[in-house]
Structures are given as structure tokens and as C-alpha cells.
Design a protein. Structure first.
Lengths: 591, 127
């Protein structure tokens, strides 16, 4: 040591200080260099090259990470653990459906479904992953290299176990295993980031991988490896900070900086059921993975499914109303593209998903801020309806009434998905005559359930004579019936379910109709009817929409004395009369 | 130096009280802003500790334990000012996920501090 300082004395203090400072800086720089991550080479050579996991994005984007973390997107697909499993495995943990009893059991940190068949045969399957966390939670078990969706799910809203037959539009008696399906070729594509089924076509084996389970950063921002690599340098980051915020993003996709059509495609990738384009691309998709990355032109790889589409003899028609408007969720992209708001806009600078929805903030249930739940969503463009006087003049309803909320008339709840009625994204002018022409619920009668369609047509002609000049009252006397009653019994299963949902909570007029709807052959219709009844009389025993007819009727018998006998008789007569000759259309819900 | 040390120390203690108050009264201006919180914490820590260092250096110089030249003295005084002020200003005005441009004062202050530390250490061995 002494020797070293003697050597140091040979140099001037300034030179020594400079040398020591430079040496220290070199040391610091070396440590930074050695410990620097290599994001540019993440997953190199794979279909998901450059896709980062969300915890990497968090290092810089803490706020965005937190808002995403609060969403149901994050928890769409999860490995099983005490935090991810939301079903009741401890107390109310049994369901019997079609004679098959299922016990949901937690044993030493593992989760099981134990099935006992009608013949007494037992089978137990370990749950490995969960799907969903908002309305229902579904469960996956691993069968070799394949993940399989189990037939029992947990209804998170009603807090009960259910069979998946109860969530689709099929009648009682549908095969118990009808909805046991393969995750690797289906759910994987939209419920995770950058799906790669890796199907080996020769031996039909799977080696399925995803960039990240659940819908994480990569789903909307694409591969960000290069962006993260560049952002390691503070000089680059500060250069970016002074970059034009409206300019295209920097080595990463930001839907807010894309033109509106490309931005909508990011959401439409999953919220717009699609077919590969060309069709035989499906082989590449199953082998290599989803070719789409956020920011690319979705239409280069896919075509959004439309009513007229078919695969062989299979038709998608039943997923749409007769006018081509989607009637299931996951078709929001198609709905929006049908809207005048979209069609009348300038391509690239028109309405898009994030015109209303906020992915990093707001209520995770719908990803809407409180402001966007109001008419403010529409008055962004339609400023002529901003003041109460302008609003009343336009809606002919008082400013505070539900009839003056833009959404209720222009985006009525005529779409079904995951045990709920949803607003359509086909933003239209409400036309009661569409019920006659397209057998589709109309916004007016969604509220005025006790009005007939003809009365609604007449009222709309009186209130908005210029808009409804070509609308005519029809001679068919079915449309002189209260529309709630007609649709609940004469409509197809989707119409009936949505009508029962519109009757929630029930009242003394429609409750007898809903009691009759509990005789429907479609469990999903009974689901909405039972919920509507229970919302009116929460203390009454709720009829089990999935239970046996006998069990259900026993529960219903307690309900009948609550209502006037003549109303009950009229409801029964209406059901028998209106449901006769009704044409059913079972709907494959491709979620 | 000793005057600057004590006065600055008092100022950064007051700033510490302000931070405690903002946290205690759950001020969203601090609690909802992770970048600002981090920068203010660093400003307070550097402001108080470096001014203690400044006071210690001044005492050492008076006791003739070290020799502080004019340049070293100025460098040290500048460093203990620039570092915490850089953090403070970078926290008051900042980008969404990065400190504000005032953060550039921090490496300048750090370099000065490093150089003066070496210089004082060197002079201590020469005493």
C-alpha cells in the first residue's frame, strides 16, 4: 500500500484525481455492461421472437403495468394456484347434472374434479389451468400433451357450479361432453399472447407454447424486444421523450399511435371472430402459430366471420341476426364496422375501440372510464346533443331517463356472451320494424316490453316522422302482442334469453311470463328467467335452471301464490300459443 | 462551506418533513406518482447526507486533517447542491415513466463528488 502511494506522489494531484475518476467510471460502466439484459435476442428464432413477458415491461412502465394488472385480461388464463382458482372447492363444491355427480376437491394444494357417472363409474381429473375470472371460470386438465376444457365451470356471478351446457344455446339433453374441447387448437389463440400450437401433423402431437399466459402486454403492443433493448440507454429514452407523441411508435406498437383502422384491428384480432385467409393458412397456424402481431394488417391473415360464411356445410349464420348484425360477443369488431360511425368516417381517422374504451384505466368491467359510461362517449363527435334541451329534443325522453342515455337506444343489449346480455357494437338508429324484418330485438321494446312492436312503430313515426317515413305498422297480429311476451315465447333461444335478461328485475306483470319461461327447453333461457325472478324476490327459493324438471317445478310451486291466478293463466296460454311451431336455431358460441 | 452545509442541511430536513407530511396525509401528488416519490426520496437522502459530508469536510479542513484547495472546495459545494437539486427538479417535472431532464444534473454532481472525494482522499495521504 505504502509503495502505491509513493508511486502516486510521482504524479500531480489533478492527474491522479482524473485517473482515479476515470478508472472508477470505467468500472461502473463495465458492471452496467456485464449485467445488461439482452432483450433484442429474446426468443430469437421462434414465432414469438421479441415478445417480452409483462414483468419486463413493468420495469419502465409501472403505471401501465398496474392498470393492466387490474384487468380481467391478465387473468384470462392462469396456472392453478390458490390466487387463481375462484371456484368454491370447499363448501358448495358439488354439482349433479344429467345424473353425473361432480365433486370439486382441493387436496394438498392440488385441485381435482371427481366425476361419478350414472353407472357409478368414477373418474378424477386434476385441474392445471384456469380460464376466465369475471363471469365464469373454466378449468383445464392436461391429457398427455393436450390441454382439455372440463365440462364443469364456476359461475362467478351467481356463485355456483354449472355445467357448460348451461351457457350455450343447446336444449336439454345435449351430450354431457358436448363442450369438452381442446385448448391447444382453440382457446389458446385469443386467451394468451402469441399462441403457437405446434401441432405435429404426422403424429398429431402438440407442443403448445405461448409468449405469456393470459392477455398481456404483447397482445396489444406486439414484440417489444428491440424497443426494450433500445430503451436500456437513457440517451435513447430522453430522445424518445421529445419525439412527437403522435408519431409512429418506437420499435413497439402503441395502438393509440396507430391509425384508427389498424388500432381497431389490434382488438379485432380477438374481439372479431375470424377465419384464416386464405383458409389453408390454418395448417401454418396450427404448426407455427398465430401469424398476426399487433400493428400489422389483420386482413392479410384473417377475414372477420360474417353471416354468410361457411366452412364446408357448417354455416355461421346463427351467430348473427338476420340483418347480419352479430348477436354473440367476440364479434364487436364486425359490429363496429357495420356502424355508420365507422362507415361514414375517414379511413384511418374514424371511430376505433379506444375512442371509448380505455385499456389502462377505468372500470375493468368493460374497460370504460366513468366519463365514457355516459353520453360523453357519443358527444365527442355528436356535439349537437350536449345540452339537456338538445338531448330531450333528440330523444323525446326526459333528460334524466334511461331513454336519454345514448347507449340504450343506439347500442341496445342484443348480444349474448358468457351468461350475460351485452351491448351491440353495431351502433345504429333504433328501428322497431327491424323486429318484423329481421326477427331481431329492437331498442324501443327492450325497455317498453309491455308495448307491441306495432305500437313502437307508431310511436316512432309520431315522434320522429322524418326518420321513420318508410316504417310501417304490420298486419301480422303477433306484432300486436306485448313484445316482451311475444319475444320470450316466439323468438329463437337467443331472442328468448335476451328478452328474459331485459326483464331483470322482474315485476308483477312479467314475472308470470318468466315463471312460464322456466319451462323452456333451453337452460340458458331459464338462467336469465330465474335471475330476473330472484332479483324481484331475493328471499324466495331460486329455481335451478340446470336442475331436473321435477326439482325445478317443486321450487316454482312456491312462486305461483305470489301472483294473481288470472295473470298466471294468461302467461301459460301465451306460452303455449306463441311457442307452437317456433323454429329453433341452436347456436355454436365460439368463444 | 460550514455555513452552506448547515443551512442546506436545515433546508433538506424541512423537505424531509414535507415528504413525511405528504405521505402522512396521503397526498396523491406524491403517493400516486411513483417517479416523483422515488426522486423526492433520493433528493432528501442525498441532500441531508451530502451536506453532513460537507460539514465533515469543512471541520476536517479546519483541523488541518485535509487540505482543500479552492477547486476542490468549489467542486464539493457544487456536487452537494447539484445532486439533490437534480433529483428534486426531476421529480417535480418528469416524463411518464422517467425522471425529468433535470436528472442530467445528477451525473454532473456525481462526477464532481467522485473527483473531489478522490482529491480529498489523496490530499489526506499527502498531509
Amino acid at each position: 500500500m505504502l509503495q502505491w502511494f509513493n508511486v502516486a506522489k510521482l504524479f500531480s494531484p489533478a492527474l491522479t484525481t482524473l485517473a482515479a475518476t476515470l478508472f472508477a467510471l470505467t468500472l461502473v460502466a463495465a458492471v452496467i455492461h456485464v449485467t445488461a439484459p439482452d432483450y433484442a435476442e429474446v426468443r430469437a428464432g421462434r414465432a414469438d421472437a421479441g415478445y417480452l413477458e409483462s414483468n419486463n415491461c413493468r420495469k419502465c412502465h409501472e403505471g401501465n403495468y398496474a392498470t393492466w394488472h387490474a384487468t380481467f385480461h391478465r387473468t384470462m388464463t392462469q396456472e392453478v394456484n390458490p390466487q387463481s382458482v375462484l371456484g368454491d372447492f370447499d363448501r358448495d363444491n358439488t354439482i349433479t347434472y344429467q345424473g353425473v355427480r361432480t365433486d370439486m376437491v382441493r387436496e394438498n394444494g392440488s385441485y381435482w374434479m371427481k366425476f361419478t357417472g350414472v353407472d357409478g363409474k368414477k373418474q378424477q381429473l386434476e385441474i392445471g389451468r384456469t380460464i376466465g375470472s369475471r363471469r365464469i371460470q373454466q378449468y383445464l386438465t392436461k391429457n398427455g400433451d393436450q390441454w382439455v376444457r372440463l365440462p364443469i365451470a364456476y359461475d362467478l356471478v351467481q356463485r355456483r357450479w354449472m355445467h357448460l351446457n348451461g351457457s350455450f344455446f343447446y336444449p336439454d339433453g345435449t351430450d354431457y361432453k358436448r363442450h369438452v374441447s381442446e385448448w391447444n387448437s382453440n382457446c389458446v389463440f385469443c386467451h394468451n399472447v402469441k399462441a403457437q400450437p405446434h401441432l405435429d401433423w404426422t403424429d398429431k402431437s402438440w407442443n403448445t407454447e405461448v409468449a405469456e399466459l393470459g392477455i398481456a402486454c404483447g397482445a396489444c403492443h406486439g414484440p417489444a424486444g428491440e424497443h426494450a433493448q433500445l430503451a436500456l440507454s437513457p440517451a435513447t429514452r430522453y430522445r424518445w421523450h421529445f419525439h412527437d407523441p403522435k408519431a409512429p411508435s418506437l420499435a413497439v406498437t402503441n395502438p393509440a399511435r396507430l391509425n384508427s383502422d389498424r388500432s381497431a384491428m389490434v382488438c379485432g384480432h380477438c374481439h372479431g371472430q375470424r377465419l384464416p385467409e386464405p383458409r389453408d393458412r390454418i395448417h401454418q397456424m396450427m404448426s407455427d402459430g398465430d401469424p398476426y402481431d399487433a400493428g400489422k394488417n389483420l386482413l392479410e391473415f384473417y377475414r372477420p366471420v360474417q353471416r354468410e360464411d361457411k366452412i364446408g356445410s357448417y354455416s355461421f349464420a346463427s351467430r348473427f341476426w338476420q340483418d347480419g348484425s352479430p348477436r354473440l360477443t367476440a364479434y364487436e369488431y364486425q359490429g363496429m364496422m357495420r356502424s355508420k360511425c365507422f362507415r361514414a368516417g375517414t379511413p384511418g381517422a374514424r371511430i376505433t375501440c379506444i375512442s371509448c374504451h380505455e385499456m389502462h384505466g377505468g372500470d375493468p368491467r368493460g374497460q370504460l372510464t366513468e366519463k365514457m359510461k355516459t353520453n360523453a362517449a357519443c358527444t365527442q363527435c355528436h356535439q349537437q346533443f350536449t345540452t339537456p334541451a338538445q338531448l330531450v329534443e333528440h330523444t323525446k325522453h326526459s333528460a334524466e331517463s334511461s331513454g336519454s342515455l345514448c347507449y340504450n337506444c343506439h347500442m341496445p343489449s342484443v348480444v349474448y356472451g358468457i351468461m350475460s346480455a351485452h351491448r351491440t357494437h353495431d351502433i345504429t338508429i333504433p328501428r322497431p320494424d327491424e323486429t318484423v324484418r329481421f326477427d331481431k330485438p329492437n331498442a324501443c321494446n327492450q325497455c317498453h316490453l309491455d308495448w307491441s312492436v306495432n305500437r313502437a312503430i307508431a310511436a316512432s313515426q309520431r315522434l320522429w316522422p322524418n326518420a321513420f317515413v318508410d316504417s310501417k305498422v304490420v298486419g301480422d297480429n303477433r306484432f300486436d302482442e306485448p313484445e316482451g311476451q311475444r319475444a320470450l315465447f316466439a323468438g329463437d333461444a337467443v331472442m328468448r334469453a335476451l328478452t328474459a335478461a331485459a326483464m331483470t328485475p322482474a315485476n308483477d306483470v312479467n314475472a308470470p311470463l318468466l315463471l312460464e319461461a322456466m319451462q323452456d327447453r333451453y337452460p340458458i333461457v331459464r338462467y336469465f328467467a330465474a335471475n330476473a325472478l330472484a332479483a324481484q324476490h331475493p328471499a324466495m327459493p331460486k329455481p335451478d335452471y340446470l336442475g331436473t324438471t321435477e326439482k325445478r317445478n317443486t321450487a316454482l310451486r312456491e312462486w305461483y301464490p305470489l301472483f294473481m291466478p288470472e295473470r298466471l293463466r294468461a302467461a301459460k296460454e301465451a306460452r303455449e300459443r306463441l311457442s307452437a311451431g317456433r323454429v329453433e336455431a341452436d347456436v355454436e358460441v365460439g368463444e | 462551506m460550514i455555513r452552506q452545509g448547515w443551512i442546506s442541511l436545515a433546508a433538506w430536513i424541512v423537505f424531509g418533513l414535507l415528504i413525511e407530511g405528504l405521505i402522512g396525509f396521503r397526498s396523491p401528488a406524491l403517493l400516486d406518482d411513483s417517479v416523483r416519490r422515488e426522486m423526492f426520496r433520493l433528493a432528501h437522502a442525498h441532500g441531508t447526507l451530502l451536506n453532513l459530508v460537507l460539514i465533515a469536510a469543512a471541520i476536517c479542513a479546519r483541523l488541518d486533517l485535509v487540505r482543500l484547495g479552492r477547486a476542490t472546495s468549489l467542486g464539493l459545494r457544487a456536487a452537494v447542491t447539484l445532486l439533490p437539486i437534480g433529483f428534486l427538479c426531476a421529480g417535480i417535472w418528469h416524463f411518464k415513466d422517467d425522471p425529468g431532464v433535470a436528472i442530467l444534473l445528477v451525473p454532473i454532481g456525481a462526477l464532481l463528488l467522485l473527483a473531489t472525494a478522490f482529491q480529498i482522499g489523496y490530499s489526506a495521504f499527502r498531509q
